[in-house]
Design a protein. Structure first.
Length: 232
């Protein structure tokens, strides 16, 4: 049975609940720990990775769009740890439009009972720790994590966040792959459910795992070697 690290519900009070001293202390320590990490020279298969996906109310956090849910799954020693994952809704019922509700299956009543953004983010960072983060079309996740982390935790977003296209440039340089569906179909990765933060994180993790195996067979063993090739 899949073990989901899932945050409990809370009274739907303020839109952005103030972070607790414990949350702020944890984030400060995490930032220090991140500075000590040296992921560039580690073998790809030995990287500690957390693959994530966000469902949001739109595309522009600086214009008021909100994170609605966060999903994450770890990859350890080249294996997707799909029995231990993270998933949390976010208390943002005001931001859920009918269109997004239809796309994601999220409902306002469940968002009303969800943890605050501060609690959800803190929970995710505790789950991810100092892992390298991976997402499909990661610029979307980066914008929202940068905005939300500063907004509710008073801290800069410091994690290394890689886009799946980073490896696609080596794994499939001549194949026009863009959407997550395109990539999964190309590599034969089954898609059971889309536009759900946890389910999308799980299939993105399978995609990343598959591409790591391909680029390693092509002779690239570290992030440093991949950066050097892409910048040559």
């Amino acid at each position: 049975m899949r073990q989901v690290s899932k945050l409990g519900s809370q009274d739907p009070g303020a839109i952005f609940e103030q972070s607790t001293p414990q949350q702020l202390s944890f984030i400060r320590q995490l930032q220090k720990d991140l500075k000590k990490e040296q992921p560039l020279t580690r073998q790809l298969k030995n990287l500690q990775v957390t693959v994530l996906d966000l469902e949001t109310s739109g595309f522009f956090p600086d214009r008021g769009d909100q994170i609605l849910s966060i999903g994450g799954v770890k990859i350890k020693e080249g294996k997707v740890q799909n029995e231990k994952v993270f998933y949390s809704l976010v208390n943002a019922p005001h931001a859920l439009s009918e269109e997004i509700s239809e796309l994601t299956g999220l409902r306002k009543d469940e968002l009303e009972k969800a943890p605050s953004l501060a609690s959800a983010l803190n929970g995710f960072y505790r789950f991810a720790g100092t892992d390298v983060l991976v997402a499909h079309h990661a610029s979307h996740e980066r914008k929202f994590l940068q905005h939300a982390t500063y907004q509710v935790l008073g801290s800069q977003f410091r994690h290394r966040l890689l886009d799946t296209s980073f490896l696609l440039k080596i794994a499939a340089p001549d194949v026009p792959l863009k959407t997550l569906d395109d990539c999964c179909n190309h590599y034969g990765i089954p898609i059971e459910k889309r536009h759900h933060a946890l389910e999308d994180a799980l299939i993105t993790a399978e995609l990343w795992k598959c591409m790591v195996e391909i680029v390693e067979r092509k002779g690239y063993q570290t992030l440093q070697e991949i950066y050097a090739f892409l910048n040559s």
